[in-house]
Each structure stands twice: as C-alpha cells, then as structure tokens.
Design a protein around this ligand. Structure first.
Ligand code: GSH
Length: 263
C-alpha cells in the first residue's frame, strides 16, 4: 500500500524542512549560491497546509490485500493530490462489505470521500474543485470551454463494453468520440489545455486506462493505429510518476468490470 510518507514528494519534504527552519525573514542560499527570497508567512502557510496528510477514502483492491483498488474517480483525486504535492492518507474501503464507520462518513456508500476542513466531502468533481480553491498552487484549472473535451469517451466505452450485439453501433459511437478527441489533441495538445496537464486530463486519464484494460481483456479490442494522438496521449499520461503511483492493477480493473460485462 502506498504510504503517506511516499505521497510527500522529496522536493516538498526538502522545502518544508527548510520552511520550518526559516528565520523571521527570508533569503535562503542554494548550494550553488543562488539566493531564494521568501517570507516567514509563506513558510508557515506551506507547513500548515502541507504537513497534515489529507484523509481520503478510496476503493480497496479485490485481488490483493491492503492495496488500492480500481476506482477511476478515486485515482483522479489521488492524481490531484500528487500533482499538487499534497500528502495524503488513504483509507482503503472494501466496497463489497462496507464498514459502519465508512457509511457514517459516506451515507451513499460511494468513494472517493475526502476530509476537507474537518468535513467529509463526497464526489471527485466536488473534491477536486475544492482542492483547487484551497491549494491553488500549482494550478490545475482547465478553462471552462475545454473542460468537456473527451467527456463522452467514458460513457461510450461502457456502452461498447456491455454490448452483446456487434452491430448495435456502440463500437462506432466510441470510435466517433475517440476520433474527435484525436483531432482535438492533434490541434491543441499534447494535453487538453495545451502544454500543461490540467484537471480534465487527470479525470480522463484513469478512464482511458480502464478502457484500454477492459476492452483489451473482454473484447480483444484496442485503440486503432488510425488514432495516433489518442495513443500517444494515453502513453504520456500512463507513464507519469503520479499515474504509476496511483493506478490500479490490471487484475483489479478486469475484476471491477466483470459484473457489467456479465450482467
Ligand atoms: N460521481 C462520483 C462517482 C463515484 C463512484 O461511482 N464510485 C464508485 C466506485 S468507482 C462507488 O463508490 N460505488 C459504490 C459501490 O460500488 O458500492 C464521483 O465522481 O466521485
């Protein structure tokens, strides 16, 4: 299981170690002699906001004890913590046997749920939005006009995955969405908001990961070579350190979709 300590990036630990030792006022020397000016209040703010791990309830693995499971909405929140260098403490929840303490926190019984300002907050949309407001640096905002790019890929993927009739148009519906995304990234990429990763990528990345594994396993299907920008987008996101650290195992992804495929 990923520890809280490992969630705190080395560079941040380094900054905090310095931050906590800042004298009343500024000027810190780097080993190369470069001077970095800062203020005591910045150091105190960083320490206050960054040393206490944020608590988050996430899906537990169904294949391996004490491991993170296969919820793409949980991964989206974890990716946001990682990209914002926020330490976090994961509470793994067995969704097949929800404990009482979890149902008290999340009456709907859904993950992710994160504790923000002493309140348990459900829903990855709400959690990531609140994290952006509370911890704006580094910014991960996707401009509103780009926020829905790729947003129909997940539902069309599920339609195709569940389909038992190869002629019902669900494969084509998915291909249409992937094709528009390919065109968009070709023109505007490498990420949805251009050069830098943003919230929309952190939402879409885990869903594409599920698409790749589930369709590969259950339908022997993969993104066609005619969509190279989708393929390279997936490769880029899937190989990010934050993604590797927060992804589910392929076995969990396959197990997670089984009821939908069989149903
Ligand atoms: N809209 C929610 C969806 C969360 C969701 O559907 N989570 C699933 C796991 S991936 C869940 O908790 N399902 C409850 C269950 O399986 O009992 C979000 O974005 O956080």
């Amino acid at each position: 299981m990923m520890s809280t300590a490992s969630a705190l990036s080395c560079s941040l630990k380094h900054h905090l170690a310095f931050g906590l030792r800042f004298p009343q006022n500024h000027a810190l020397c780097r080993p190369n002699g470069a001077r970095i000016t800062t203020s005591r209040s910045l150091a105190v703010t960083m320490a206050a906001t960054s040393t206490t791990p944020l608590e988050v309830c996430v899906k537990a693995s169904v294949t391996t004890p004490n491991k993170l499971g296969d919820c793409p909405f949980c991964q989206r929140v974890l990716l946001t913590f990682e990209e914002k260098h926020l330490p976090y403490d994961m509470k793994l929840v067995d969704l097949a046997n929800k404990p009482e303490w979890f149902l008290q926190i999340s009456p709907e019984g859904k993950v992710p749920v994160a504790k923000l300002d002493e309140k348990w907050v459900p829903d990855s949309d709400v959690i990531t939005q609140s994290l952006e407001e509370k911890y704006p640096d580094p910014p991960l905002v996707t401009p509103p006009e780009k926020a829905s790019v790729g947003s129909k890929i997940f539902s069309t993927f599920i339609g195709f995955l569940k389909s038992k009739d190869p002629t019902d148009g669900t494969e084509q519906a998915l291909l249409n969405e992937l094709s528009s995304f390919n065109d968009y990234i070709k023109e505007n990429g490498p990420f949805i908001n251009g050069e830098k990763i943003s919230a929309a990528d952190l939402s879409l990345g885990p869903k594409l990961y599920h698409l790749e594994i589930a369709l590969g396993h259950y339908k022997k299907w993969s993104v066609p070579d005619t969509l190279p920008y989708v393929k390279s987008y997936m490769e880029t996101i899937f190989s990010m350190d934050s993604f590797v650290k927060t992804r589910a195992s392929p076995d969990d992804v396959i197990a997670g979709w089984r009821p939908k495929v069989m149903g």
